[in-house]
Unconditional design. Structure first.
Length: 289
């Protein structure tokens, strides 16, 4: 019987020793990971690569590539150098290591060929879907950057025009309104504003004007024309390139010179929104219709 107890005790010591050995390996891996993250920010991947799963390593490279496109640094924080392994939980070939950190932070590990590798942080596990999504995000942003120099002037002129319209309704200066649009557009804004005061009431329309709601949109081009399309709305602004700049020449695909009084009545609210005199439908005064 004593021999049996001795054998069981030796087995217990063996398992505890093995567990402690695995915990030590995991903590060492996690420490290397933290040190590697710091080196990674300086472009050195040699320390971190051996302790990462292939998918997580690929994701980290893509995240760094995307941050450089944004001309920003990855959000690591100076507290990273103070983070150390705290407790380890092992379940078969999987393990988690809770880290000493100002905020909850754990590393997830997987054992492969007797080596522990980090495969995720907290509840984030890169997989076969996240990598293509990141690659597409980078590709789309490169396309955006390529077209940005052409779109920026259109955004700038359109926003200046919106401000010009708002100012016109307050000071009645038609000449100032023509800064960023053609004469036909300035005259159309004048007609639309006068019609709006009669149709919706001066107090109602002016209250809307005095509390503008920002518009965001996308830009597309066709020859010397540019189209500012409101996001998730049907309204749009039409611009034409004149020399080195653009001028607003119409709305909702129609040149201002072609917008008749009847069209103005029929498309009243859509045209008000196109010159940003009213908010989007869900926010505007319900008496404007």
């Amino acid at each position: 019987m004593n021999k049996i107890y001795s054998l069981l005790f030796l087995l217990f010591i063996f398992f505890v020793s093995c567990k402690q050995s695995e915990e030590s390996k995991i903590k060492e891996t996690c420490t290397t990971y933290i040190e590697g993250r710091i080196a990674f920010e300086n472009g050195d991947t040699l320390k971190i690569k051996p302790v990462l799963g292939d998918t997580l390593y690929r994701q980290m490279l893509l995240n760094r590539q995307y941050s450089r496109l944004l001309e920003s640094d990855l959000a690591i924080g100076p507290e990273l150098i103070t983070i150390t392994p705290k407790t380890v939980e092992i379940k078969g070939n999987k393990a988690t290591c809770i880290m000493n950190s100002p905020i909850p932070f754990q590393l997830n590990l997987l054992r492969s060929n007797d080596q522990w590798k980090i495969v995720g942080e907290n509840n984030i596990f890169p997989n076969a879907y996240t990598i293509p999504a990141l690659e597409k995000k980078i590709s789309d942003y490169k396309v955006y950057l390529k077209g940005k120099p052409a779109r920026d002037p259109v955004f700038q002129i359109t926003n200046l025009f919106f401000n010009d319209v708002n100012n016109y309704c307050k000071n009645n200066d038609l000449n100032a309104l023509k800064n960023n649009c053609d004469d036909a557009t300035a005259n159309f804004v004048k007609r639309l504003y006068e019609y709006a005061k009669k149709r919706s009431g001066t107090n109602v329309i002016n209250e809307e004007i005095n509390n503008p709601y920002a518009a965001s949109g996308a830009i597309s081009f066709k020859g010397d024309l540019a189209y500012y399309m409101f996001y998730q709305e049907s309204s749009s602004v039409l611009l034409k390139k004149i020399g080195d700049t653009y001028k607003v020449i119409g709305f909702n695909g129609i040149k201002s010179a072609s917008i008749s009084n009847q069209m103005m009545e029929d498309q009243y609210v859509a045209l008000l929104r196109a010159v940003r005199l009213v908010k989007p439908e869900q926010y505007r005064n319900k008496n404007i219709k």
